[in-house]
Ligand binder design. Sequence first.
Ligand code: SIN
Length: 534
Amino acid sequence: MEKEYDFLVLGSGIGGLSFAIKAAELGTVAVVTKKSKVESNTNHAQGGIAAVTDNNDSFESHINDTLKSGAGLCKEDVVRFVVTEGPERIKELIEWGVNFTKEGDNTSGAYDLGREGGHSRRRVLHAEDLTGREIERALIEKAALQKNITIYENFFSIDLICKSKLTGHKEEEDRCLGAYVFDVDKNIVHTFRAKFVMIATGGSGKVYLITTNPDIATGDGVAMAYRAGAEIANMGFIQFHPTCLYHPAAKSFLISEAVRGEGAVLKLKNGSTFMEKYHTMKSLAPRDVVAKAIDTELKKSGDEYVILDITHMSKEFLVKRFPYIYNRCLEFGIDMAVDPIPVVPAAHYQCGGVLVNPFGQTSIDRLFAFGEVACTGLHGANRLASNSLLEALVFTHRAFKKAKELLPAVAKESLLIPPWDPKGATESDESIMVSHNWEEIRMCMWNYVGIVRSDKRLERAKRRIDMIIREIEEYYHNFTITTNLLELRNIAIVARIIIECSCLRKESRGLHYNLDYPERDDVNWIKDTVVKKD
Ligand code: SIN
């Protein structure tokens, strides 16, 4: 059951679809997505896209805000090209049909620009408070018009296929030839062969107990790339979003930073403000500062949550600017025009990932990565809010240009790829192992590898995760695969990589805070933590 394409794209968010739309002019494209095509991390992005589109803004200002937020670890050349190439990519998105919100009731004039933490001015283009959904809509409509694109829904990528695995020879530079993909509905595994494989599978928020991410965010791309031998970097920098709704019935509901951008203030339950003790930008300080401040205050007070107060704004304004957030809060009995919103920090964004060069190329030949799954050097130790969609657009375009340049020289690979071998696996009668380990990993990561870490906590986490990985591997080889098992295998590997990167970094910087090394060490640690399967 081998399928053959010029491009195999894993993931259907902003990175996967925008690449597919461009690559369709060069050849055939398969887009493989483990759920429905709309269900991506992109679809859940509320805030928007940061870019310099206003005459009063400047590239230098956006560059400086990004560098400051990244706490000394951004690659400045990457920051410069992402910021300066950004407006062209935004223009393209608008040409493809994305409707960003305009100022006031004006539908033909200037775009309404939002503000978020760490930005020194308003520069975030948004579509009300459902920016990701609007982008996803436009991209899916555009992709549907390209006859060269085939989208496979409910197809779960299990593992990459690399030349070294087939020949048994360790190569100086390995080459990616495709992937084994599980057709969930038919319960069979297909071989996808391609000249280029692009990983655009998003992040890994589900590694943590409390996350703003949707259920699909199980780090599949990082886990697959790691197993294939690619270099993975900076996975210790997990961004905790300061304001996830605290309500027993509200699973993962994000209260966008744009709400603070419009003047919402963080307070303790007793109504007193606290952010002035931590940063001059107060509630609009960079995310690492705000999340750590909330964590500190909660530990001090013993409260379960802090509150976000925007009751000074009119209901009319809030309903117009934040229709989605306003209505979701109302479903939980919170009228944000009258009631402060209870919030807690939650795992939100993976700043590290599969290490790539400025064209999205990984350390394995013909394997690219872009979007949250990739570590490009833009975010450094802490991503500036709303820079991620911009990064995905700029990098997919660069990857497209690189693939276009390389394609004519890529001959059809003659190497025989053996079909997927289930190796005598049988149906499991012990699925409890899967659900138990899911919970244990997420709890362990939340308790020991969260906002505040220590060597002892990291060691404890490492021991537990290693044990779980051994258990999962044994189970994986004996029983038939299910999506739950595949995801469990992936979150376990990603958890292990996060711990490994965190253990390597003997300092505190940006999103990584270790009580045993509380200071930033610019002499020894302005470098990435890179890990690779030996
Ligand atoms: C938000 O709306 O607060 C999230 C935006 C982002 O993470 O960039």
